[in-house]
Design a protein around this ligand. Structure first.
Ligand SMILES: [Zn+2]
Ligand SMILES: [Zn+2]
Length: 125
C-alpha cells in the first residue's frame, strides 16, 4: 500500500476512519488511532463516542470482555461438560468400555471446570 497523498512513498499505517494509506509525514495521531485529516479526526471522535455509548448499553467494558458473552460461554462449556459426563456414564453402563468412559469423563470434567472458571470471570466483570 502507498500513501494516499504521496504515490511513491509506502504507507506505514492507514487512516482509522477512511482507511487511506498514510506515510510518516501524513499520519496524524489521535488518542488511539492515526487519521489522515482533521475531518477524519472529528469523525473518529464521533465514532468513539458512539462506540462507548453502545458498549455501555450492552455492558461491554473496554478490556474486551462482555459479561453476557462470558455467561454464554460458561453455559456452553457447562452443557458440553454435562453432555460428556452423561455420555461417559452411558458408555460405562451400556457399552462397558472403561477406556472410552475415562476419556469422555475427563473431557466432561475439563469442560465443567472451564465453564466454572468462565462463569466466575463473568461475575467479576
Ligand atoms: Zn481519513
Ligand atoms: Zn504521505
Amino acid at each position: 500500500m502507498h500513501c494516499f497523498n504521496h504515490q511513491k512513498t509506502s504507507a506505514v499505517c492507514a487512516c482509522g476512519v477512511c482507511l487511506k494509506g498514510l506515510c510518516n509525514e501524513c499520519m496524524q495521531p489521535t488518542d488511539d488511532k492515526f487519521v489522515c485529516s482533521p475531518a477524519c479526526a472529528q469523525h473518529l471522535q464521533k465514532i468513539t463516542r458512539l462506540n462507548n455509548y453502545v458498549m455501555s448499553v450492552y455492558g461491554i467494558n473496554k478490556s474486551g470482555g462482555s459479561q453476557k458473552v462470558g455467561m454464554r460461554t460458561a453455559m456452553l462449556h457447562l452443557t458440553m461438560g454435562v453432555t460428556f459426563l452423561g455420555f461417559g456414564a452411558y458408555t460405562a453402563v451400556d457399552i462397558g468400555d472403561w477406556g472410552l468412559t475415562f476419556f469422555t469423563a475427563m473431557l466432561g470434567l475439563i469442560f465443567v471446570v472451564q465453564g466454572y472458571k468462565t462463569y466466575k470471570r463473568g461475575l467479576r466483570l
